[in-house]
Design a protein. Structure first.
Length: 619
């Protein structure tokens, strides 16, 4: 099996010179539009950030993978647990930061679980089947998006309704689920999704269901290695009505249930533990367009219930309410403004109900000159019920030098961000400290981006972030660090389409964090991608990732000790073929093609070579 897959990979690389160039594709790439860093649809050349766009086509080429696996291949990111057993708790690290410094948005609305220790969002609750595209802003973006947006914003856009009266999509896949040492190729991983959507005059609808189940691996590496299974079920409803060309209203709802078995980390032995999570979200989105502008209202209510059935059983309940009202106005084709008000109410119950409220007015201005200068700047006043008022701001200039076949863009920014302690850290049952101070971040970055009509995009960027009052768990519970955390690094990205059917992509990230033990943060990460279209119906791709040496903590020892983890590389392969007038797609996904043995998180089981077969039917 190894030789067959390597042969296919070689075939992709050999067949790179047989197709003529497609100038139309190049122009489309050059005119690519980004939204998240300004909330306006601006050409990439007018953005002062290196925004990452994961398109519908990119997601299609990763069928069978989770959202965490897809994001983990991007520069500046390291998601610990994404290569481990399905259901492993994920650690999202962006630019040397921690999970609660990354803000997750779904259709522009902040999502977070107030009952979790760090009040972040559990990416395991997101179903890839309902995702249309992803935009990622790296760096501080607190002016536009508020608290937690200190190292990155992940803006996930869900699928829209078809323009037909009724359309449907069904996807199903099965796969193996085993380690490097146990290559039995038994089927132990299942994934299914179905959706029905369409447009009836002014009314749009989209209803979807997805589930995922896996078994066959132990959560921890133990002598007995008993199987720990994982399952998730997600239901999504999205309805919209266009009262006129100016006024559109949409409502949506989601319920996701997750169950993950796990083992005892203190002593590292098999145990019949399990973690249950139930997420419910309902929301309203309204947009009223007028001459040169629009008024947007996004609001959502979320409820989370999670239960940990282990040696210290506990139930956590959290409620979250978000309202974001803002006015977008373009004075002309050079000046774009946003004036908004953001409201957040988080609540959870410990010995008694605890909550806090954040009310943030904010303003942001984007200036696009006709001589190459672009400026994105803004300010937000964070008004917290526990901590009073605090201002954050950003200044993000860039300068574009036009070339006959593209452009060179010079970028720089300085931004501040502000993260208040979570309800768990302030009032929770273990180590709570109501006297904690908020965390403050200062980020500076600078770099360049080069892009041509020949579909080459190259960017290189340096960043430095200083964290003050970082919250950590010490000998007496939660406390603020006395020292300043200094995180810095370099990100390099390359995208190239030498011919219309062949795509090359690569990125490298160097990250250094000083001031603590920086566990699970590799200094070096490399990702590379080769994609080839054999025809309009058949395409294949190879993905390579290298994660450098890093430290982790052995929490099973007493007292806990830091350990060194070796670097490792993973090679994945994907191929898809369409039939029935491109309505039916068969795909094969092979992960860890070379069956490399490695440790991603100390003590946790990682996957060996695994195969997934699936089909996608669109009607």
């Amino acid at each position: 099996m190894n030789k067959k897959f390597i042969g296919l990979c070689a075939t992709i690389m050999i067949c790179t010179g047989v197709v003529a160039q497609d100038d139309e594709a190049y122009v489309q790439q050059l005119d690519e539009v980004v939204v998240s860093d300004s909330r306006f649809e601006l050409k990439r050349e007018n953005s002062g950030k290196t925004v990452i766009k994961i398109t519908a086509e990119d997601i299609k080429r990763n069928q069978g993978k989770t959202i965490a696996e897809i994001i983990n291949a991007q520069s500046g990111f390291s998601i610990a647990g994404s290569n481990s057993r399905e259901g492993t708790v994920l650690g999202v690290y962006a630019r040397g930061g921690r999970g609660r410094q990354v803000l997750v948005l779904v259709d522009g609305v902040r999502i977070s679980d107030p009952s979790l220790v760090n009040q972040e969002y559990d990416l395991r609750l997101l179903s890839t089947a309902n995702v249309a595209s992803i935009e990622i802003i790296k760096g501080a973006a607190s002016t536009l998006y508020g608290t937690n947006a200190a190292t990155a914003v992940i803006n996930i856009t869900t699928k829209k309704s078809s323009e037909n009266k009724i359309s449907g999509n069904f996807q199903s896949s099965i796969g193996t689920n085993h380690t490097t040492d146990d290559q039995n190729y038994n089927i132990a991983d299942f994934s299914n999704s179905v959706s029905v959507n369409g447009t009836l005059d002014k009314f749009t609808y989209n209803v979807g269901f997805s589930n995922r189940y896996s078994d066959g691996l132990s959560a921890l590496v133990t002598p007995t290695n008993e199987n720990d299974d994982y399952s998730s079920y997600s239901t999504d409803i999205k309805l919209g009505y266009a009262f006129s060309e100016r006024l559109k209203v949409g409502i949506y709802g989601n319920q996701t249930n997750m169950r993950a078995q796990f083992d005892e980390s203190f002593g590292m032995y098999d145990a019949p533990y399990e973690y249950l999570s139930d997420q419910k979200r309902v929301g309203l989105s309204t947009e009223y367009k007028y001459n040169n502008g629009s008024l947007v209202l996004n609001t959502a209510i979320s409820e989370y219930i999670s239960e940990s059935k282990d040696s210290y059983p506990a139930i956590y309940e959290g409620k979250n309410r978000v309202v974001d009202l803002y006015n977008k106005y373009s004075l002309n084709d050079k000046l774009y403004t946003i004036l908004g008000l953001n409201y957040i109410h988080d609540e959870t119950e410990y010995a008694e109900v605890q909550d806090y409220t954040i009310v943030d007015p904010y303003v942001n201005v984007v200036y696009v000159s006709d001589f190459g200068l672009n400026l994105n700047t803004g300010m937000r006043a964070n008004n917290h019920s526990e901590y009073g008022s605090h201002f954050v701001y950003n200044v993000n200039p860039s300068f574009v030098i036009k070339k006959s076949n593209g452009y060179v863009k010079l970028m720089g920014s300085y931004a501040t961000s502000y993260i208040t302690p979570s309800l768990n850290q302030l009032f929770g049952n273990f180590g709570a400290n109501p006297d904690l101070e908020p965390e403050e971040n200062q980020t500076i970055e600078g770099g360049l981006e080069y892009m041509t009509k020949n579909d080459i995009r190259f960017s290189a960027l340096y960043f430095n972030r200083k964290e003050k009052n970082f919250v950590f768990y010490g000998a007496n519970g939660y406390d603020n660090s006395e020292n300043t955390i200094d995180a810095s690094g370099v990100e390099v990205e390359l995208e190239w389409m030498p011919v219309s059917s062949f795509t090359i992509g690569a990125n490298y990230t160097f990250t250094e964090r000083e001031g603590d033990n920086a566990i699970r943060l590799p200094k070096h990460r490399v990702n590379a991608f080769l994609g080839y279209d054999f025809s309009k119906r058949t395409n294949a791709s190879v993905n390579f990732s290298m994660t450098g040496k890093r430290k982790d903590t052995d929490f099973g020892a007493f007292p806990s000790v830091d350990v060194d983890l070796d670097s490792y590389s993973v090679l994945d392969f994907y191929i898809a073929h369409q039939v029935l007038e491109n309505k039916l797609t068969f795909f094969l996904n092979a992960s860890n093609l070379l069956n490399e043995q490695y440790t991603e998180i100390f003590g946790l089981t990682t996957k060996g070579r695994n195969i997934r077969l699936g089909l996608n039917l669109s009607l």
